[in-house]
Each structure stands twice: as structure tokens, then as C-alpha cells.
Design a protein around this ligand. Structure first.
Ligand code: ZN
Length: 319
């Protein structure tokens, strides 16, 4: 038995067949023609599916999950990825279902990319066996997903756990989402680089002003770089504390490119969390790095497909 997975992102469209232990046994990938037409994009997805369907393992396909950059609407089966302008309310589930190689009876399951990461960490990663966990992806943006009562909780349209757009400063800067003072304005890679520059940090000669370079400088003790990570950690901590108060978290998992900075992010996050999460039931929640890196999107999509296959049709709210 294998689980099919698609991972739709702004730079690549990836597909995989994943075994029952969560190992990728076959993969296919195309660059995302992000500026092309809706049909050119779909042709890339079809091509990935064609290549997977040519594999002998395809005959044992048990389910098919699709993780996509958001926003997604899992109820409608549509995607509108910010970085893929030609797809707005694009009926991806219907189009994948109608691929000639997808067997009748296999219903593709759509989830957002951060929920996919959560599903992967819950299946075989850092949140394995966790009953109540928050998983965050700190990268160009800040995303997240929730495990509640031992299952990934995606919400009606698949967007639950959207921690990047929790307001942590009511008077903060306006966010592209329309709200003010969102976590993402402080903790995204873009925000960290911008704040480091404002704090007097300069990138090493010839290198770009990215969060990765800020991380390198922070580890070397640069005060502007450290200030930017402290501000990011503080915003994340406030949002984690709020989430812990709402749902009683057992565990917080942090992944994504910015988390690769390591202790310069995790240390201020934990320190500020200790000052914000002060109720008996919110105190001392462990904050750990994600265990899965590159394949988390594919493994999570496979996990989502599996859970639906196991749960039966109609179970939309709980993966
Ligand atoms: Zn926002």
C-alpha cells in the first residue's frame, strides 16, 4: 500500500508516493510556472501525476493528499495561492480527481501547506503521539497548524492554526491581510531582515539582507541582529501563550527556514514565553524544533489523504 501526495508551492510542484511508515518511495517534481496561465499550471500538476502513475507502486495507491500554498478552501476543494496569481478559487481537487490515472473511489484530500507540515510532524516527526500541539512554520511568512485531541484540526475550510495573523500589537503596523500588528509583521524572515537593518545591522559584504544572514550575524553576537530575533521570538511567544490559554497545549513545534537559525530564535522565544504563559496550565510548554525538513509537505499531504481514507467521506473538519 502507498499513499499519493502532491505539494503545490510557489517555486515547485512536487509529487511523491509514500509508504506506510512515512518514507518517500518515489518522487516527481516540476518548477511551478507561477506567472503562466491556470491551464499551464495544471499541465505541470498533470505531468507530475503522469510520472508517478508510471511507477509500479502506483497500483497499490490507497489515497491521495494535496498540500498547497494558501489560501486554500478545503471545503470547496479550491486553491488561491498568493504566489500563483493565475489560480484564484481554482478547483484543484476536481481537476486532480479527473486525472485518468487516479482510480475511481480515490477522493483527493486538500490541505494547506502549514497544516500539511503539522500532519507530517504529528505522523512521524516531533509531534508524534502528541495530543494537543501547535506546529508553526516560520519562513517567508508565518503559518501554523493544530493537533487537538490527538488529531490534526484543520477547521471547516482548512485554515485553523493560522498563527501568523494573530494580532500581538493592537497599535502595530498594518499587515497585508488588513489587520494590525500580526505576528508575521515581526517574526517572518522578511520582517526579521527589515528590523535588523533598522537596528543598525548590515549584511556581510556581497551577501543579501536575508533572515539567514541575520541569523549568522546574531550567532556572532551582532546587537542589531540579536534585537531582530528577540523581537521575532517575543511576537511568537505572545501568540503561543494565547494559543496555550485557549486550547491547553502539550507541545509547540517550530519549523521553517527561519527556525534553522537555532538558539538565536528559540532562546528569546522560550524566554518571552515564560513571561507571557504564566497560568498554571500554560506554563512550561516545551518548544522544540521540527524533525522533518524538506519532505514535510509531501509526507503531510500523504498523512492527510490517509486520514480521510480511514475516516470515510464527509469527515472534513478533522483530518
Ligand atoms: Zn495579518
Amino acid at each position: 500500500m502507498v499513499y499519493g501526495a502532491l505539494d503545490i508551492g510557489g517555486t515547485k510542484i512536487a509529487g511523491a508516493l509514500v509508504d506506510t511508515e512515512g518514507r518517500v518511495v518515489a518522487r516527481s517534481q516540476r518548477p511551478t510556472p507561477a506567472r503562466d496561465s491556470a491551464e499551464a499550471l495544471m499541465a505541470a500538476v498533470t505531468s507530475v501525476l503522469d510520472e508517478l502513475a508510471d511507477r509500479p507502486e502506483w497500483a497499490a495507491l490507497a489515497c491521495l493528499g494535496i498540500g498547497s500554498a494558501g489560501p486554500v478552501n478545503t471545503f470547496a476543494g479550491t486553491v488561491s495561492p498568493v504566489n500563483i496569481p493565475a489560480w484564484r478559487s481554482f478547483p484543484l481537487v476536481e481537476r486532480v480527481r479527473s486525472h485518468p490515472a487516479v482510480p475511481a473511489g480515490i477522493e483527493p484530500v486538500l490541505i494547506g501547506d502549514a497544516v500539511a507540515m503539522t500532519a507530517a510532524e504529528h505522523w512521524i516527526g516531533a509531534a508524534r503521539n502528541a495530543a494537543n500541539a501547535l506546529c508553526m512554520v516560520v519562513s517567508t511568512g508565518v503559518g501554523g497548524g493544530l493537533v487537538l485531541g490527538g488529531a490534526v484540526h484543520a477547521g471547516t475550510t482548512g485554515n485553523a492554526g493560522h498563527i501568523g495573523h494573530i494580532t500581538v500589537d493592537q497599535n502595530g503596523p498594518v499587515c497585508p491581510c488588513g489587520a494590525r500588528g500580526c505576528v508575521e509583521r515581526y517574526a517572518s524572515g522578511t520582517a526579521i531582515a527589515a528590523h535588523a537593518l533598522e537596528s543598525g545591522w548590515t549584511p556581510p559584504a556581497g551577501l543579501p539582507a536575508t533572515a539567514r544572514e541575520v541569523g549568522t550575524s546574531a550567532r556572532a553576537g551582532d546587537p542589531g541582529a540579536l534585537a531582530a530575533f528577540d523581537r521575532a521570538g517575543r511576537a511568537l511567544a505572545a501568540a503561543v501563550a494565547a494559543t496555550a490559554a485557549l486550547v491547553e497545549l502539550d507541545l509547540v513545534v517550530v519549523g521553517g527556514g527561519v527556525s534553522q537559525a537555532g538558539d538565536v530564535l528559540f532562546a528569546p522565544l522560550r524566554r518571552h514565553l515564560a513571561s507571557y504563559a504564566v497560568l498554571d496550565f500554560t506554563r512550561d510548554v516545551p518548544v522544540v524544533p521540527a524533525a522533518l525538513a524538506l519532505d514535510a509537505g509531501l509526507i503531510g499531504a500523504a498523512a492527510a489523504g490517509l486520514s480521510r481514507a480511514g475516516a470515510g467521506a464527509g469527515s472534513r473538519a478533522t483530518l
